[in-house]
Ligand binder design. Structure first.
Ligand code: ATP
Length: 356
């Protein structure tokens, strides 16, 4: 039977362990799609720190235009020991997220039987969260500067930007996601007790949007209190909506509590159907394990699965999630971050076998 070639994917393996895990992710999504008689068109963009070393740019000037020709972007990691983080991050990942206005970043965290959590199993099994992160402004808007540079009175400012529309659209997106989940519960993460301007607008817009969603139960939690709730009472949380900085921190905590940084996945969503969304593992380039074939590929595989869901390939995506669950339930084999001795390739091959 002729294969349907429906999706045109941009692949940016990036730096560090990015290429290793993206390779695994691609093998898994290709195989799952093939079982449904669907193939993808792939275009690899070798942008990142090596590109920077040659061109003094992390991606070409017309990079965003190139990406706009695709249906989705599959991204590895960015960061290099020899180049400042703000150059690598702002020059590639943030440039894409902001340039394509991927304003919603979503990060699922779920306890999977077999993957060891630092929490007691009785508590950990209640982890089933979706963190919705504002991804275009807030504390990472890039507003600020240095005055009196290199003088004893040098001063740096970092201005968090909250716009009415920026707050409205992310809250609305979070309510819509909460509506799709069985518990229909949304927690507003804030710090408006101490930050009285932008965070107040953040809260105000939440309650304004809430009027449209009478069936969603809501709760307000200060970000510091939220960390304790996540550790002690994970069942109290379903979907959380948080600012760029708060969600960045909470989602690392979420993935550590559900097993390892190596298994977390994330999606940077543009709600404009003509603009591609971007899918990536949450970990960075992990210099300490590059080239050792021990990087955990599950985060990349999981993000590939989120990409398929987003593209409407629900059956192929569900097959991947089922394979991950069976793999974990039967105890791996796991990479060292999850307490095992398996290689990236062994884990990938195991998941491929389970797909079949
Ligand atoms: P970034 O700021 O770019 O998110 P980071 O400073 O948080 O990066 P990572 O590169 O994510 O750091 O790595 C943090 C630690 O987690 C390192 O010790 C790294 O080896 C480990 N780690 C990250 N990803 C994986 C993975 N996929 N498999 C195994 N270990 C990982």
């Amino acid at each position: 039977m002729k294969q349907l070639n429906k999706h045109n994917i941009a692949i940016i393996p990036g730096d560090g362990i990015g290429p290793e895990v993206i390779n695994s992710g691609l093998k898994v999504i290709r195989r799952s799609l093939r079982l449904d008689n669907i193939s993808i068109k792939e275009k690899v963009y070798n942008w990142g720190s090596n590109y920077y070393k040659k061109h003094q740019l992390m991606m070409p000037k017309n990079g965003l235009e190139k990406l706009k020709q695709h249906n989705a972007i599959f991204f590895g990691a960015v960061g290099d020991e020899k180049i400042a983080d703000d150059i690598t991050l702002w020059g590639l990942r943030l440039k894409i997220c902001q340039g394509l206005d991927q304003f919603a970043n979503i990060r699922p965290s779920k306890y999977i039987e077999g993957i060891k959590s630092p929490l007691d199993k009785k508590i950990a099994k209640n982890i089933d969260w979706l963190i919705v992160r504002e991804n275009s402004e807030g504390e990472y808007a890039g507003s600020g500067g240095i005055v009196h540079r290199d003088l004893p009175i040098e001063i740096g400012s970092e201005v968090a930007i909250f716009t009415k529309e920026g707050c409205r659209r992310i809250h609305d997106y979070a309510f819509k996601l909460a509506l799709k989940r069985p518990r229909k519960h949304l927690t507003l993460i804030t710090k408006s007790n101490a930050q009285r301007h932008g965070m107040k607008l953040w809260d105000k817009m939440f309650y304004e949007v809430k009027r449209k969603y009478p069936t969603i139960k809501t709760e307000k939690l200060l970000v510091d209190a939220a960390t304790a709730v996540m550790v002690n009472n994970p069942e109290k949380i379903d979907v959380m909506v948080a600012t760029n900085l708060h969600a960045d921190i909470l989602s690392d905590l979420a993935s550590a509590l559900s097993g390892s940084l190596g298994i977390g996945a994330t999606a940077n969503i543009s709600t404009d159907k003509k603009i591609p969304s971007m899918f990536e593992p949450i970990h960075g380039s992990a210099f300490d394990i590059v080239g050792k074939n021990i990087a955990n590929p599950i985060g990349a595989i999981w993000s590939g699965m989120m990409m398929l869901e987003h593209l409407g390939e629900k059956k192929s995506a569900a097959r991947i999630f089922k394979a991950i669950k069976i793999y974990a339930n039967k105890n791996g084999p796991f990479t060292p971050d999850l307490g095992g001795i398996a290689s990236t390739d062994q884990v990938t091959n195991e998941i491929l076998k389970l797909l079949d």
